[in-house]
Ligand binder design. Structure first.
Ligand SMILES: N[C@@H](CCC(=O)N[C@@H](CS)C(=O)NCC(=O)O)C(=O)O
Length: 219
């Protein structure tokens, strides 16, 4: 087995996607936390976009982009978290990308400086979540009974939505029943539970506050 070292920022949802995948595949891996507000030189030298996650492989190679990292981890470990049907796989990849856009919505919500701006951004996010609700079948996971990379990609988003919804009036889970059930099924997994950093709530709240937006002023 290759030697794996994940470079992380504590509340990054994209890193968490990779942590879930590594956990789910039973990998041994190291994790190095950096401060993204003050990234070390060694990180900037190995991360072409200056973003986490980065996966160091055998201390000699570097991978970036969570979706790529996760496919690699899946490919080099026994079993597969990718559907065998090419069309299903392609659709999963497309929805993984879509989930990244929803994560960007959360960031923009926290960045909005006025209540009006924040509410507009919330509506954008809700419309996107409605697309996800519409394509879910109500099965345990995205594709059915089997956990897949697409599930790993959405768990961090659903965890953050849950956290925000507990604090402010954002979305009513009753209007997103399939998304809600999917969230509960994901949160029941050990691989997901173990991906949540200690004191996540306070770190996440501090991160939102640090954006100096209207949302942060409510927390
Ligand atoms: N598409 C990337 C997104 C990664 C990403 O945006 N990471 C954020 C932290 S959550 C980051 O490193 N931001 C630093 C920056 O943009 O300078 C992926 O899936 O890995």
């Amino acid at each position: 087995m290759v030697n794996l070292e994940l470079v992380s920022f504590n509340v990054c949802p994209f890193v968490q996607r990779s942590v879930i995948t590594l956990n789910h595949k039973g990998c041994e891996y190291g994790i190095t936390f950096i401060d993204l507000a003050n990234p070390p030189d060694w990180f900037l030298q190995i991360s072409p976009l200056g973003k986490v996650p980065v996966l160091k492989v055998d201390d000699s190679e570097v991978l970036f982009e969570s979706a790529v990292i996760n496919e690699f981890v899946d490919d080099v470990t026994p079993g597969t978290l990718k559907p065998s049907d090419p069309l299903t796989l392609a659709k999963n990849r497309a929805w993984i990308e879509f989930g990244g856009t929803c994560l960007a919505d959360l960031y923009m919500m926290a960045d909005a400086k006025t209540e009006n701006e924040m509410r507009q951004q919330m509506n954008v996010c809700k419309e996107r979540l409605q697309h996800v609700e519409n394509i879910l079948t109500g099965a345990v996971f995205f594709n059915g009974d089997d956990f897949a990379l697409v599930d790993a990609a959405y768990a961090p988003l659903l965890i953050r939505l849950d956290s925000i919804c507990e604090k402010i009036d954002f979305l009513d889970w009753n209007h997103f029943p399939k998304l809600n059930r999917w969230k509960e099924n994901l949160l029941a997994l050990e691989s997901v539970q173990k991906s949540v950093i200690e004191d996540f709530e306070s770190h996440y709240t501090n991160k939102i506050r640090a954006q100096n937006g209207y949302l942060g002023s409510l927390l």
